[in-house]
Design a protein around this ligand. Structure first.
Ligand code: ADP
Length: 286
């Protein structure tokens, strides 16, 4: 019998990776592969197979969107520099038709963005009906970097957790499925990845001297991530905590989370709104 993804997951990704109340990220084994029984070669093979499944599901969502279905899926990626957010977009989202993907990344706010509420740029970038949205960073930067660097007073950022929960509840009510993925790389693995960027001319463009300065703020960032998870992992929009020292694992894990979300939409191919036999006859005569 052919192997299936079930043979490789002792516990489904969607169960084992979901943020548990009281879970502490300081205790997370970032080199771990929770729930997965295979090795790297299994993971890479599975990624290809499951990428095909994901691609079919995404096309169904797109097709339904064209037929008036208002639903969409939004993958939110958060993680420290080098956690692998870009690779996730390339290797996981890269497996589906780019026409069905609404991708957005969020850096330091532009002068125009700064003049608006922090959710303004988020609202503008939300996926359209039938689309798979991907956020590389998100509104969560406004309780992460903003908190760590004191960019606004605590009295302001501390109110944002509830505000974000209310915002996301509305999105879900409107037919959006949110998959919030927090990618955790270890301090040592981050050093290795930054050194790799320094050693390879094809990666110099990815290197930012500020990333090394940020490493000094590691404990403050970890605390900010912990609070984010504690306060904004809700039943309607839970966080998934992904150990990310092994890229192959984080990629297959997120692929499974996406497939699970698509399957819960119970998508079917839209039925033809024309008579097939009539059209065949017309075509034959044309
Ligand atoms: P990346 O580093 O992911 O390749 P960019 O260099 O374009 O992407 O921008 C990311 C930087 O923008 C990060 O340092 C991040 O902390 C910062 N950033 C994102 N959102 C905000 C925000 N709301 N306020 C301040 N800085 C932000």
């Amino acid at each position: 019998m052919a192997e299936t993804n079930r043979d490789f997951w002792k516990t489904p990704a969607v169960e084992i990776l979901r943020m548990r109340p009281g879970q502490t990220i300081s205790e997370l084994d970032r080199n771990g592969t929770p729930g997965f029984i295979g090795d790297k070669s299994d993971g890479l093979r599975l990624l290809e197979e499951r990428g095909t499944d994901l691609s079919v599901l995404q096309e169904k969502l797109y097709a339904n969107g064209r037929s008036g279905d208002r639903r969409s899926i939004l993958l939110i990626l958060q993680g420290m520099d080098t956690a692998g957010k870009g690779g996730m977009v390339r290797h996981v989202i890269g497996q589906v038709d780019p026409g069905g993907v609404d991708h957005a990344s969020f850096g330091v706010p532009t002068p125009e963005e700064k003049r608006h509420h922090y959710l303004w740029r988020i609202n503008k970038a939300l996926p359209r009906a039938g689309q798979l949205g991907v956020f590389d960073r998100s509104h969560y930067e406004d309780v992460l970097v903003v908190r760590v660097h004191d960019l606004v007073p605590e009295s302001v950022w501390s109110g944002r957790y509830d505000e974000i929960n209310r915002f996301e509840k509305e999105l879900v009510r409107g037919g959006m499925t949110l998959i919030k993925v927090a990618m955790f790389v270890s301090l040592d693995e981050q050093r290795r990845r930054l050194l790799d960027r320094l050693n390879r001319p094809d990666k110099h463009w990815k290197y930012n001297p500020a990333d090394v300065t940020e490493r000094k703020l590691w404990p403050a960032y970890q605390a900010a991530y912990q609070t984010m998870l504690d306060k904004t992992s809700t039943d309607y929009a839970p966080w998934y905590v992904i150990p990310s020292d092994r890229k192959w694992y984080s990629r297959i894990a997120v692929t499974e989370l996406l497939i699970d979300a698509f399957e819960k939409l119970d998508l079917h191919w839209p039925v033809a709104n024309f008579d097939i036999e009539t059209e065949k006859r017309r075509l034959a005569k044309s």
